[in-house]
Write a protein that binds this ligand. Structure first.
Ligand SMILES: *Cc1c(COP(=O)(O)O)cnc(C)c1O
Length: 393
């Protein structure tokens, strides 16, 4: 029989080793451990050089599971799984840029990506320009000798402008510039940016990958050479996703194809239904033939135009609030990509950062409402919007 120790000792060591009896569970366990036991100094060297798991911030099986799935979906060579979308974005920018470099941003990108760049990167001596990425000539004329990165999203929020990624990536290659794409809105089920010439693809896993509005995470996918440059910096910055969230992310990814395809299909039907309503002035959705870049979207988005759309009604804030109160299923909240349909109000989201005039210049009128389409029955969804929109009659 094994030696039995005193209570204090026994409680620390008993029941922690299941040997081979717990091998091959149908679902991987959550590796809630900060470190892994090494056998001796030789084994330490082996582990510390990436031979096996060693320290959670460096590597964790749950994060690696998510990384494998995303690498596969994006047709990359490797991925890094971060604690948020912003962690992924800041890790990429801080890893690849240095003082004196220039970065060319699409001006239609996530608000906090603009903020971290304008507030932090500028202080680090990084130069930047924000241009309209739907205008190839504008990109061309803003390339400088020290331009290192083109940074863009595919479908812009909230007016759903689409950029021609193939042409942008081509231009980048001609100029020895890396193309970084935040593909959160599109997901790999609509577009795989690396196959169209991009070098790095980023996702906020908080959105479609998580899909249930219950985890925060981000991913970076690229070829091995680029990942090997970013990986040590990711470790030093310390923005790893925790094992619990990674486990939930991996579980969510198993149903992602079903969820997201249902959401895409609902969005297309909802956009068409909204277009028929007399109180609606405009519907913004790349899947509509009336969308200015419908042909481009058709070509690069694989016939899947995403689940994000916007529409414009009368510019009356009180009526917009009343419309929100009248919605029975659909909720108003500050995220997107969940399995339940949600709405956002861009003018309110950016009211503190911009003047009324600036907001209107960007198309963010009081009457602009953004929808993140979920996977409800489409008839229920159309009915909910239709009855609530009666406010604008
Ligand atoms: C939400 C979002 C982010 C930021 O992701 P977090 O997980 O909230 O940090 C970045 N880009 C886009 C397009 C997003 O929608």
């Amino acid at each position: 029989m094994n030696k039995v120790y005193q209570d204090e000792t026994e409680l620390l060591y008993s029941g922690t080793d299941f040997g081979d009896k717990a091998k091959n569970p149908e679902t991987p366990p959550i590796y809630h451990t900060t470190a892994y036991i090494v056998e001796d100094t030789q084994d330490y060297d082996f582990a510390n050089n990436g031979g096996k798991y060693f320290y959670n911030r460096t590597a964790n099986p749950n994060r690696d599971g998510v990384a494998q799935a995303i690498t596969y979906l994006e047709k990359g060579e490797d991925s890094i799984i971060c604690s948020s979308g912003m962690a992924a974005i800041s890790t990429v920018l801080l890893s690849l840029l240095k003082s004196g470099d220039h970065i060319l941003f699409s001006k239609a990108i996530y608000g906090e990506t603009i903020e971290i760049s304008e507030v932090m990167l500028k202080d680090f001596g990084i130069q930047m320009s924000f241009v309209d990425f739907t205008d190839l000539e504008a990109i061309k004329s803003n390339i400088k000798e020290n331009t290192k990165i083109f940074y863009t999203e595919i479908i812009a929020n909230p007016l759903t402008d689409v950029v021609d990624l193939e042409k942008i990536a081509e231009l980048a290659k001609e100029n020895g510039v890396l193309t970084v794409v935040d593909s959160t809105f599109t997901t790999p089920f609509s577009i795989k940016p690396l196959t169209l010439g991009a070098d790095i693809v980023i996702h906020s896993l908080t959105k479609y990958f998580g899909g249930h509005s219950d985890i925060t995470g981000g991913s970076i996918t690229a070829n091995q050479k680029i990942i090997d440059i970013i990986q040590p910096k990711f470790r030093w910055l310390g923005c790893c996703m925790d094992p619990n969230s990674a486990w939930l992310a991996q579980r969510s990814i198993k149903t992602m194809a079903m969820r997201v395809n249902a959401q895409f299909s609902n969005a297309e039907k909802l956009a068409k239904a909204l277009l028929e309503l007399p109180m609606i002035k405009t519907v913004y959705y790349p899947g509509l033939e009336s969308h200015p870049q419908h042909e481009l979207a058709k070509k690069i988005l694989n016939g899947k135009y995403g689940a994000m759309l916007s529409f414009r009604v009368e510019d009356d804030r009180e009526k917009v609030d009343e419309f929100m109160h009248r919605l029975k299923l659909v909720k108003y909240l500050g995220t997107l990509g969940g399995i339940r349909t949600t709405i956002a109000h861009p003018a309110t989201a950016f009211r503190n950062e911009f003047t009324q005039e600036q907001l209107e210049e960007m198309g963010m009128y009081e009457g602009l409402i953004r929808i993140s389409t979920g996977a409800e029955n489409i008839d229920d969804l159309i009915e909910d919007f239709t009855q609530a929109l009666e406010v604008f009659k």
